[in-house]
Design a protein around this ligand. Structure first.
Ligand SMILES: Cc1ncc(COP(=O)(O)O)c(C=O)c1O
Length: 383
């Protein structure tokens, strides 16, 4: 199988991730912080080391500000529902994944918040338009760093600065950028950063994290046992335990730790460049077949991550092409709306969506060649 669906979840993982999870599961998988024995301490140590690695990679204020979550959706919900109050105004964009759009739209429909959805231009947000939407009631600006349908990388630095100047909070959805784009929390005033562990950080599914900056106080939306402090009647105030009730996914986090080590060793920008260089070949092919194919959004390799959406030929639905690629050519891509309906409405590709491909670090030019030959064969056979 040629796997070109890394924007959904990365595959394969670096070998060290499989080894770390297997070793940990066979030797130390005890309940962290709950018991004093050496296996529990080894388990606690994995969590601690991983928080340190996250803090090193993203230069956060301290390791205890990193909350482990189930995935990026969990982190985004934790941030949104833990922060907003009745009467608040929230700003978001038409590029967002449903894990941002749905909780915000549900709060808007329930009359809890008012919501402004800023439109992107050819896949990019204009910082001036986001800033212009800020009102005295704006508490939260929740936007993606890299659009999951289009792969376009957003100018979060000026937006974060404007939000900070206005006294509001900014939540960045880094699902498609964490691990392939440098995010410097010491330099950019980001209040909350949410991402999955299972995409470009190469942990397994079931992992993710939320960074909670020093200005932010969140209400926990899951309460329960935290191991360390069992005496208080309600959730303890100290991070990360305040937000982490229940036994964490320690085996998964052992894998995430190995994934983070792999990313730290390889460096972040080389990962993005490898993927964008592979996509350039697809962009060139599309330009040569522009009668039938197109790409969604602007293509600027310096401001793009490794995901690209193709507009399919008239009469050929993305889902049909996806099935043909899978069954006849053993190529895995993702057709459809990619959980992001607003941008497809804007691009005119709703409800069928597009064909998204997203190479990873282990894909080669030969893989892209096979994909493009398959597209050529499908186009010739069906038109
Ligand atoms: C931009 C973006 N945000 C959020 C998510 C949700 O991530 P998860 O599936 O880890 O909850 C995704 C998943 O593809 C995404 O691309």
């Amino acid at each position: 199988m040629i796997y070109l669906d890394n924007a959904a979840t990365s595959f394969p993982k670096p070998e060290s991730v499989y080894v770390a999870m297997d070793t940990f599961a066979r030797t130390s998988i005890a309940n962290p912080g709950r018991s004093g024995h050496r296996m529990a301490l080894a388990s606690e140590r994995i969590l601690d080391d991983t928080r340190h690695l996250l803090n090193r990679l993203f230069r956060g204020e301290s390791p205890d500000r990193w909350i482990f979550t189930l995935n990026c959706t969990d982190a985004l919900n934790m941030a949104i529902k833990g922060l907003v109050n009745p009467g608040d105004h929230v700003i978001t964009s038409d590029l967002e994944h449903n894990s941002v759009s749905r909780p915000l739209r549900a709060l808007e429909k329930a009359g809890v918040i008012t919501l402004t959805r800023v439109a992107s231009n050819d896949g990019y947000l204009d910082p001036a338009e986001v800033t212009a939407a800020i009102t005295p009631k704006t508490r939260l600006v929740a936007i993606t760093h890299a659009a999951n349908v289009l792969g376009t990388l957003q100018p979060i630095e000026p937006i974060a600065a404007a939000v900070r100047a206005a006294g509001a909070f900014i939540l960045i959805d880094a699902a498609q950028s964490a691990g392939v784009v440098d995010i410097d929390l010491a330099r950019t005033p980001i209040d909350m950063l949410a991402f999955p562990g299972h995409k470009a950080l190469f942990g397994p599914t079931g992992t993710g994290a939320l960074y909670v900056g020093p200005r932010v106080t969140l209400r926990p939306w899951r309460e329960g046992g935290t191991g360390g402090d069992s005496s208080t009647e309600v959730q303890p105030d100290a991070l990360p335990f305040k937000m982490e009730g229940g036994t964490p996914n320690v085996a998964g986090i052992a894998g995430l730790k190995a994934g983070l080590e792999w990313v730290l060793e390889r460096g972040v920008e080389p990962g993005r460049l490898h993927e964008v260089n592979l996509l350039q070949k697809v962009v060139d092919w599309v330009a040569a077949h522009a009668d039938h194919w197109g790409i969604l959004g602007a293509w600027d390799p310096d401001r793009h991550v490794g995901a690209l959406s193709l507009r399919t030929p008239e009469g050929l639905a993305p889902s049909d092409i996806g099935a043909m690629l899978d069954t006849s050519f053993a190529v895995a891509i993702r057709p459809g709306l990619h959980c992001a309906p607003y941008i497809h409405k804007r691009m005119g590709t709703f409800p069928d969506g597009s064909l998204r491909l997203s190479p990873g670090p282990f894909n080669t030019e030969a893989d892209i060649e096979v994909f493009l030959q398959a597209l050529g064969a499908i186009t010739e056979g069906m038109l």
